[in-house]
Design a protein. Structure first.
Lengths: 279, 606
């Protein structure tokens, strides 16, 4: 259990891995905005191609990327099916008509668009964030990007510190949960058979000691932090200062130009020339 | 000496924890002492003697207390009500503290960032910050781990990272609050060596709080606390001369010191001479005895060649309660983190005896015990309980867990019920016993672990650490298993608590005839409380047999980096020094007898 990874970080050497985490957060946002702006066949093709290109340059195996998609498979199929059955197209004949169900070509395309959009959003955010950025770098990025909010008294530093500590203690506590479960099994607890109610009940002897020890840990950690002169974010320096490099700006600019620029252009052109199937 | 003012001066300190009562009993009573810059002071005391409170008071991290008296650190009274925030920060910067649990003091997810945490708080800018971190990591020898995640380090390594985190703040004084209590022998050695180096080479004032006597013996000065009062204060040899007071305070002499003092007493009574010198550590003890041997007539009736193993090695027999046959076990199989924890192990456990299992952290001993009750399922091979394969019917594995009761490490962290009685009854209840039987068993188990019956109605969370440990052990005993397996039952307890737990376990074994297996790091505990010993190394059984057999093979134990009992080490050193003594001894009593023979002393026990 000691070896569970934090998040889904996939260590590799690629352009994306090397970017400043703040640049990656911004790129992920640009990408998601672009996915929402897509409105016709060609812009969706563009989106799909860009997702493939991103996978290639991130050097993360396709199988690993697909793993994160699997979790959303149900939602994708569900929304796709809804689109297929519920899209009405007054301008065209139904492709298939059966009882009260009418399926239009437009519905099929809409379903396809929805799938591409969800896929692109998942792939885009996981490639920029979870796969190529360690959770701790992500926390630093969020702290830095949100720091203007400190002016209006939003406790950004405290939030980031909480995140850091949580990340630090996840493996420790998972380890401890494992030990407590073993200890209770040795006293005859049974976590794997019986009804749902039985199984939930069986977890009480695990949860209570886990809570108790987490509180104890929290107390001891707070004492240790105080002893190391922690007094909030004021006047604190950082060992690892985030610094934008030229590469980060170039990458962000490219993302902005490529994604939003080209998507918008294609959308406008599509509307002008009446290209097929817009959403 | 010039009129140097001490770095730390405590005057008439009385501390009470604020509770509901109007005037709770003080945990520290009118304590006064002072420490000079550069001193290395050990504060000794049993669990609950107030030594941790004292440490926390100096750094003002306990706010739920009321204190009288004064604590003057570098000229500033820290108890003064008008202590400014700046002075407080300054205090914490110059007096660093390292705590007991290595996990609960590391903040960051990367070692170097954790070390940077203190100086970051002080507002140290780069590049000085980076330099400080690098220097601190180099000082504790952890440079190569700078980019590691703390949770993958060993206990000793984590503690060294914690120490580096303090050093990076450049303190003048460091307080170690039982910093070695949760470590294995290897980790303890790493940390104690580091502490000593910080004092001797970097000139940092050290206060180390401990109940390990051999750690205290390395300090310049020892202060003994009992019931919130200072009962002894002096050089280690001065303090060790007050054996009776130490025992009353729940402490004990280091074994070699004990042996030398006993020998010296006998010499004085019977021959009018004394063993000269200090006996704080094994070197001094060897030196004193060898020196004496040069000057007096010896009984050189050398015994039979003592280098050959004595006693009985392990032989398979029919009377075995548990038997492992060609068992292998691998963790995280098929991942990069794959670890072969046990490799084709075949060994048996004698019925009705007390068997010790010893080995390094990671030698496979914890895996071994979790195979015995079916928490782990062997990949290859069989585990036999009274001749029957425990995995014959996997659905019945629950019954095996009642037959082989396992007390895990730090079992007090598994308590959860509202009352102590209910917690002890948890196992028996899972066995579906009836109420009468359960209460009978609870009462019996409480008796064995020596727990006060009045505690039965209390919440387990209100008990002291030692009491919780006993409740957890009682919870397994109450299942009346055929085999009781205990993983480090005395970890972190003071000498008195340790003896009480082990004696309780021995008595349980004698009265119920139940087989007992004890896993431990401590060779001294093995030597004192086990009949047979199994030594694990590199996922295999290195040797097995009775105590005499194991400890007569001390050289082999040392060759795989295991400790040997200190007495065995001492006798071995005497042997190497040319004295005709038996090198396979492991108790203070037997060594005293042997040395009495050597020096032609009468060795009657009175």
């Amino acid at each position: 259990m000691k070896n569970i990874g934090l998040g889904q970080y996939y260590p590799a050497r690629s352009v994306i891995h090397g970017l400043d985490p703040r640049a990656k957060v911004i790129c992920a946002i640009i990408y998601i905005v672009a996915a929402f702006l897509c409105s016709n066949f060609f812009s969706f093709v563009l989106l799909a191609v860009s997702a493939l290109v991103l996978i290639l340059i991130s050097r993360i195996p396709v199988s690993v990327v697909l793993r994160s998609v699997r979790a959303l498979l149900f939602i994708m199929i569900f929304t796709a099916v809804l689109n297929v059955f519920w899209t009405k197209d007054a301008t065209a004949e139904p492709l298939l008509s059966f009882w009260i169900i009418k399926i239009y070509t437009k519905g099929l395309f809409n379903a396809l668009f929805i799938i591409i959009r969800i896929l692109a959003m998942v792939i885009g955010s996981s490639l920029f964030l979870t796969y190529t950025t360690t959770p701790i770098a992500l926390t630093d990025a969020i702290e830095s990007l949100l720091s203007p909010l400190k002016k209006i008294k939003v406790p950004v530093h405290e939030f980031a510190m909480m995140m850091t500590i949580a990340l630090r203690f996840i493996p420790t506590i998972v380890d401890e949960a494992d030990k407590i479960m073993s200890a209770q099994k040795a006293r005859g607890s049974d976590f794997s058979t019986g009804s749902i109610v039985d199984r939930v009940k069986a977890l009480v002897p695990v949860i209570i000691p886990l809570f108790a020890s987490s509180f104890r840990r929290a107390g001891e950690l707070a004492t240790a932090m105080e002893c190391r002169c922690y007094h909030g974010g004021e006047g604190r320096t950082r060992l690892k200062q985030l610094r934008f490099s030229a590469g980060d700006f170039i990458f962000m600019f490219l993302m902005l130009a490529l994604m939003i620029g080209s998507v918008v252009t294609v959308n406008i052109l599509g509307a002008k020339f009446g290209w097929i199937y817009s959403m | 000496m010039t009129d140097k003012t001490p770095f730390l001066e405590i005057k008439g300190l009385t501390v009470r924890y604020l509770e509901d009562e109007a005037l709770p009993l003080p945990v520290l009573k009118n304590i006064s002492f002072s420490v000079n810059e550069g001193e290395y002071v050990a504060i000794l005391g049993h669990n609950g003697s107030g030594k941790s409170t004292l440490a926390k008071m100096i750094n003002l991290v306990d706010d739920n207390v009321s204190a009288e008296g004064s604590i003057i650190v570098d000229g500033v009274d820290v108890l003064s009500p008008d202590l400014t925030d700046e002075q407080l920060l300054d205090l914490r910067r110059s007096v660093g503290m390292v705590f007991q649990n290595p996990d609960n003091q590391l903040v960051a997810t990367v070692v170097e960032e954790d070390v940077a945490f203190g100086p970051e708080n002080l507002g140290i800018p780069n590049p000085e910050l980076m330099e400080r971190v690098d220097r601190a990591l180099a000082t504790v020898g952890m440079t190569e781990y700078a980019h590691h995640e703390p949770h993958r380090l060993s206990g000793g390594q984590k503690q060294r990272v914690a120490i580096a985190g303090i050093i990076a703040m450049m303190p003048r004084c460091m307080i170690f609050d039982e910093a070695t209590a949760m470590l294995d022998p290897v980790g303890r050695r790493e940390v104690v060596d580091t502490i000593e180096m910080l004092n001797r080479e970097k000139g940092i004032t050290v206060l180390t709080i401990t109940h390990y006597m051999d750690e205290a013996a390395r300090a310049d000065r020892v202060i003994v606390l009992d019931d919130g009062q200072i009962i002894l204060d002096g050089k280690p040899e001065e303090v060790f001369a007050h054996e009776r007071e130490l025992r009353m305070a729940g402490l004990e002499l280091p074994q070699c010191t004990d042996l030398c003092r006993r020998l010296s007493k006998r010499l004085k009574e019977q021959k009018g001479i004394e063993l000269s010198g200090k006996f704080n550590n094994i070197d001094q003890c060897v030196e004193a005895i060898v020196e004496l041997a040069r000057n007096v007539e010896l009984d050189d009736d050398k015994r039979a060649d003592t280098d050959a193993p004595v006693g009985k090695g392990y032989e398979a027999s029919d009377d075995e309660i548990l038997r492992l046959e060609n068992v292998s076990y691998t963790y995280s199989k098929g991942t990069p983190y794959e670890i072969r924890a046990l490799d084709d192990v075949s060994i048996g456990i004698k019925r009705g005896g007390v068997t010790g299992i010893i080995g390094h952290t990671g030698s496979g001993k914890s895996t071994f015990v979790q195979l015995l009750n079916g928490l782990n399922r062997p990949e290859d091979g069989k585990v036999l309980l009274s001749g029957k394969d425990i995995w014959q019917n996997p659905k019945e594995i629950g019954k095996v867990r009642f037959a082989v009761g396992l007390v895990m490490q730090y079992p007090e962290y598994q308590l959860f019920e509202e009352t102590v009685a209910a917690d002890i009854a948890f196992g028996p209840k899972n066995m579906k016993l009836d109420e009468n039987e359960i209460s009978l068993r609870v009462a019996e188990a409480v008796e064995f672990v020596g727990l006060d019956r009045e505690l039965l109605g209390k919440s387990p969370f209100d008990l002291s650490g030692g009491q919780k440990r006993r409740v957890a052990i009682a919870g397994i005993m109450a299942m009346r298993p055929d085999v009781l397996v205990l993983d480090e039952p005395a970890a972190g307890l003071d000498p008195r608590g340790r003896h009480e737990i082990f004696n309780g376990i021995r008595e349980y074994n004698r009265k119920t005839g139940c087989s007992v297996i004890i896993v431990s790091h401590s060779m001294e505990d093995m030597a004192e409380y086990c009949d047979d010993v199994i030594v694990m190394a590199h996922s295999k059984v290195l040797m097995a047999g009775d105590r005499d057999h194991i400890f007569s093979r001390a050289a082999e134990l040392e060759s795989v980096g295991l400790d040997i009992p200190r007495i065995t080490k001492l006798m071995g050193r005497l042997c190497d020094g040319g004295l005709p003594v038996d090198r396979g001894l492991y108790t203070v009593d037997s060594a005293e007898e042997e040395l009495s023979r050597l020096f032609k002393l009468n060795c009657d026990r009175s």
